[in-house]
Design a protein around this ligand. Structure first.
Ligand SMILES: NC(=O)c1ccc[n+]([C@@H]2O[C@H](COP(=O)([O-])OP(=O)(O)OC[C@H]3O[C@@H](n4cnc5c(N)ncnc54)[C@H](O)[C@@H]3O)[C@@H](O)[C@H]2O)c1
Length: 458
């Protein structure tokens, strides 16, 4: 099929490249000229496992192209994805200006040559499919002075569940595909588009092997509003699982229980499950915080106070502050001390710094006059670019970063920091204080190595 994808970010680029690799003809539409140039050269502007060879492959076959001209992309496309960003506004609601710009452009390019399914893949507030429909009609009216015939197009919702760090694998081997539409033909077109994934009939790329036993991906067909809600509810639930683990961790600390043991113990109950119950400095990233606040905003717009969702966010904010409090306690007075931060990205495997807990902690430390050295194997460059005014020192490896430090804080559990030898770490530090924000190290081993050691809930 001919496919257009608006937005060549984490979602759009990965979706576009995967669909091209599965045999579709994909045109990406992007506004960022640097991204366009890099993608044209076959270089992914983001760090994702398996994306570089995939991109090179589809580019060399000319199965994936990129343009800044929406009309060119819309002209041929039978399916048009909207995968632009939906960042949070100060009031918590999602900012739909990029979605609106994309929808208007799609409307301007609409014609009667063939039917089109316009698919919202971005995470958008409940009811946005209606707005996209209105904006597409506005775009068409701008050009033609009349409403577009309803039979020419339909708007569907197809929320994205990929995780950064494993975006390619998640796109090829998703747990489920959720399709929300108002008309049956939209389901038919989208099932056809996704058929190789649904039936797992493609040859798995060498660099992204198929999970053993996967033969079929479940597809859920539902209405647009429910599809939009599924995305928000899924992220809210995942964020709540982590905040729940952190709530229990904080009680564990007070009563002398070990949250790792406790979460494992409850997770063995098949109704609960062991995954996503890791206590630590809390969740971050581009989605959980913004999606949670957008759902809270929608909920309040309709006169309902979502107590659990608000508590999920509050517990998470407190976990970040907890790291700063521990440092203040260990290093008092903290001003002028040297602290090393291991990990900037919100989780291992990505260079994404959006809403990363490490940045909140660094900001607080800089405000307190702490001298901060940071290490991150892939996100350091992004941090330097995004915060050129921060007086940070960057180090090339975990031990070099800890040289002369009075405390090390583990914020992201990269393999490089998991593997650090604690005796060697203690030897290079000026004062052996270790705040293990991800419960990576064995507390007894850390204390044997001479550390004043703190982790979360143990
Ligand atoms: N990143 C994730 O892990 C993830 C997972 C699931 C869902 N989502 C959702 O997917 C959406 C996109 O997220 P992302 O992380 O890919 O964002 P991103 O910021 O990485 O990418 C968005 C891209 O859209 C481009 N863009 C903006 N306006 C445009 C326009 N009018 N035409 C064409 N391109 C335009 C931007 O330049 C940017 O490259 C968001 O709604 C997000 O919530 C993200």
């Amino acid at each position: 099929m001919n496919v257009a994808v608006f937005g060549a970010g984490y979602v759009g680029l990965v979706t576009g490249a995967v669909l091209a690799d599965l045999g579709h003809q994909v045109m990406l539409v992007e506004v960022d000229q640097d991204k366009i140039a890099q993608i044209r050269d076959g270089i992914p502007p983001i760090y994702e496992a398996g994306l570089a060879p995939l991109l090179r492959r589809v580019r060399d076959r000319a199965a994936l192209e990129i343009t800044d001209q929406p009309l060119v992309a819309v002209a041929e496309a039978e399916v048009v994805f909207i995968a632009v960003g939906t960042p949070p506004l100060p009031n918590g609601d999602a900012d739909l200006r990029y979605v609106k710009a994309a929808a208007l452009a799609i409307g301007r390019g609409l014609d009667g040559h063939h039917r089109r399914v316009i698919v919202n893949k971005a995470t958008v507030p409940i009811g946005s499919a209606n707005l996209v429909e209105v904006w597409i009609a506005d775009g068409y009216r701008e050009v033609h002075g009349e409403e577009p015939p309803a039979a020419w197009y339909t708007v569907a919702s197809n929320p994205e569940f990929l995780r950064e760090g494993s975006a390619v694998a998640d796109t090829l081997y998703p747990d489920r595909i959720v399709l929300g539409a108002d008309v049956p033909w939209a389901f038919t077109v989208l099932r056809e588009l996704y058929r190789p994934i649904i039936e797992q009939s493609f040859e798995a790329p060498l660099e992204t092997p198929r999970p053993r036993g996967l033969t079929q991906v479940p597809v859920m067909e539902t209405g647009r509003v429910s599809a939009e809600m599924i995305k928000y509810a899924a992220n809210a639930f995942l964020a709540t699982k982590i905040s729940f683990a952190n709530e229990i961790a904080n009680i564990c600390e007070r009563v002398g229980a070990d949250v790792g043991e406790v979460m494992y113990g409850i997770g063995l109950d098949s109704r609960i499950g062991t995954r996503f119950l890791q206590a630590g400095v809390g969740w971050g990233g581009s989605c959980f915080g913004k999606d949670l606040s957008a759902l809270v905003f929608t909920s309040r717009e309709y006169g309902y106070v979502p107590e659990i969702l608000e508590a999920t966010a509050a517990v998470n904010a407190r976990q970040r502050q907890r790291v700063v409090s521990l440092l203040q306690e260990e290093l008092k007075p903290i001003h002028g001390r040297r602290v090393t931060i291991w990990g900037l990205a919100f989780k291992p495997g990505t260079d994404d710094l959006r809403d990363a807990p490490a940045l909140t902690v660094i900001e607080a430390l800089l405000r307190l006059g702490v001298r901060v050295t940071a290490y991150d194997p892939v996100a350091a460059e992004n941090c330097r670019r995004q915060h050129p005014d921060w007086p940070l020192t960057y180090a090339p490896d975990p031990l070099a970063a800890a040289e002369g430090a009075e405390a090390v804080v583990l914020m992201t559990e990269w393999p490089q920091v998991r593997e650090v030898d604690l005796e060697r770490l203690a030897a290079v530090m000026r004062r052996p204080v270790l705040i293990d924000g991800r419960n990576v190290f064995d507390p007894a081993a850390a204390r044997r190595a001479g550390f004043a050691y703190h982790s979360i809930g143990r």
